[in-house]
Design a protein around this ligand. Sequence first.
Ligand code: SF4
Length: 289
Amino acid sequence: MTIAKAKVLGFCGGVRRAVQRIETELAEHGPLHTLGAIVHNAHVVDALAAKGARMARSLDEVPEGGTVAITAHGAGEEVYAEIERRGLRLVDTTCPIVRRAQQAAASLVEEGYSVVLYGEAEHPEVRGILSWTRGQGIATQSPDVAIPIGEKGIAVISQTTKSPAMFAEFVQELVKRYTGRVPEMRIVDTTCPETGRRYQAAAELAAGVDALLVVGSRSSANTRKLAETCRATGVPTHHIESAGEIDDEWLASGKRFGVTAGASTPDDVIEDVVRRLRGRAGGSSEEAK
Ligand code: SF4
């Protein structure tokens, strides 16, 4: 049996940076609260909790004088103001790519555009970015909603994890509907290349294997989407959270296995899966080319 890992898999730069920052803070300054889950992966959340990082659903759960960490998804302008008002110590792990989207939203509004944010309205990153538009923006995945029009026109940006192809399709639909009806349309591509790289690497991996294992939390939207992308290739795909879910029947059904993982899956969980596959089948492991 051969086991091949995707060329790009697991933690993205933004999540890796956020987790490292929290670990450094815990080591140097002691316990803190994270505002929401630092990453959508129970293994990572539990490991950080054991070191003193508790999850708070709101600032009300952070004790007076405590430390609060904003996650890689970022937060709204009002959250920063409230942290300051309460005198809490802030550890900001907002991913630089999310920060760029927040800054784009704020400056487009300042220039006189209303902002259309292509994304899932309830996603924490989207709620955060939208807040930087100071009420001059909307988040939607449908071009058929009423869009407020700024003095200068409308500007379109994206949730970072949306695929560039889907964002382009959405923009095209808006262009069809609004050309000639608004003074100007601005498009700012705020998608993150990390997500696309994982899809691309998984598709390349699928071409040379009999089955794919997608490792990552079921609560992680990006891991679920990665599993969908793998299934769409026609190669049998199993989404597992950890090595303990590997089924011997899968191993009997093929000779070449491909392993990939979502952007929130840590290295040790991936390595555990590869080790378990090797151990059960006595196979060799290789990186996908
Ligand atoms: S997927 Fe991209 S935008 Fe999101 S945290 Fe990772 S690097 Fe940042």
